[in-house]
Design a protein around this ligand. Structure first.
Ligand code: UDP
Length: 350
């Protein structure tokens, strides 16, 4: 089902990357450019950065505005769309569900209608392990029931449902990729994670080690896991980008709409992540003990066998140390970190 042509002989395609200035989107743009494709990025710069683009053409605009999409789709023919422009904070989605249903769901409906009307042939959509809710078993495969426990997960689940219905009714084919914990950075240190505010474990642990924030709060040590902290499946952002490219090739080879898990199938605890950050940086990570964070399952680990079998996906950076090493390089090089004051007295590793 997957094209067996060597990458140099494959026809070059034109892709629209929505949210290409964000964390995962910017790594995707890099991956597409490396594969020789033409890239147009649509980003409203609400959470992304112009300087995160290593190439391609940037259109600044809101993908939820039909007029913005019309201007793009009328002007040229796209071979596919990759959608990354999503709000990602679970806690915020509980406090302000309207914002999440508007941004992550209603705006995506506008996009799907425009793609349908202009016969854009393929969509790869960023979904999440949050569609599963509280796991009934681990590792989680794609047949695990989808019962999201927060509005963020529900928006992803509803969009996946829309994708199935649009495929049946209108022939719009799509792959939803259910990320477990996206992590790491461009190995050359050009791109990485820059969320505002940052809520993810690895950048927060590194910032605590660097002294750009006082300490990392550990959200609970009383879980039913070997060291009492939560276990997650960390997957390198470049491996996620590779999976998107394979998903596009799957759709271009007439693969039917479906969803795939993306993870390494290996779980690491919060404490193991802290230890790895300390080992890689050479600096202890100051920690504070915190309460459990609402909605955090004890263990989330992917069974990504389907992505490996059907897409031929083979993660290149499966081990946590490499993921943290790349993230650490970025954390030291990132444009805003260079200017940050190291107020909390921790030494920066050399
Ligand atoms: N975590 C933590 N302190 C933090 C941020 C995260 O202890 O400041 C824990 C969190 O409870 C979870 C794991 O680290 O068990 C990964 O959380 P993250 O927010 O990075 O990703 P999520 O699993 O929520 O997608």
């Amino acid at each position: 089902m997957i094209s067996t042509l060597p990458i140099t002989l494959r026809p070059h395609r034109t892709l629209l990357v929505i949210g290409g200035c964000g964390y995962i989107g910017s790594h995707m743009v890099k991956c597409l450019l490396d594969a020789g494709h033409r890239v147009v990025v649509l980003d409203d710069l609400s959470g992304g950065y112009r300087d995160a683009l290593l190439g391609g053409e940037l259109v600044v605009g809101d993908f939820g505005e039909r007029t913005v999409l019309e201007a793009l789709f009328e002007g040229r023919r796209f071979d596919g769309v990759l959608h990354f422009a999503s709000l990602i904070q679970v806690g915020e989605s509980v406090r302000d569900p309207a914002l999440y249903y508007r941004s992550n769901m209603a705006k995506v409906l506008t996009l799907l209608e425009a793609m349908r009307d202009h016969q854009v042939p393929a969509l790869v959509f960023s979904s999440s392990a949050a569609v599963y809710g509280e796991p009934h078993y681990v590792p989680i495969d794609e047949s695990h029931p989808c019962t999201p426990i927060n509005p963020y997960g529900m928006t992803k689940h509803v969009v996946e449902t829309m994708l199935r219905d649009f495929a049946v009714a209108y022939g719009l084919r799509a792959v939803a990729l259910r990320y477990f914990n996206a992590a790491g950075a461009d190995p050359l240190g050009r791109l990485g994670e820059r969320h505002q505010p940052e809520t993810h474990l690895i950048p927060l642990a590194m910032q605590a080690a660097l002294g750009t924030r006082p300490a990392l709060q550990v959200f609970g040590r009383d879980y039913d896991t070997p060291d009492g902290t939560c276990i997650r499946d960390y997957v390198h952002v470049d491996d996620l980008a590779d999976a998107h490219l394979l998903a596009l090739e799957y759709l271009w080879s007439a693969g039917p709409s479906t969803s795939f898990n993306l993870g390494n199938g290996a779980g690491f605890s919060v404490q193991q992540v802290i230890d790895t950050v300390a080992a890689v940086s050479g600096v202890p990570v100051p920690v504070e003990e915190g309460a459990r964070r609402a909605g955090d399952p004890a263990r989330l680990v992917a069974d990504a066998a389907r992505a490996r079998q059907v897409l031929g996906w083979t993660p290149r950076y499966g081990d946590l140390e490499t993921i943290v090493r790349h993230a650490w390089r970025w954390e030291q090089l990132r444009p805003d970190a260079r200017a940050a004051t190291r107020r909390y007295g921790n030494e920066q590793a050399t």
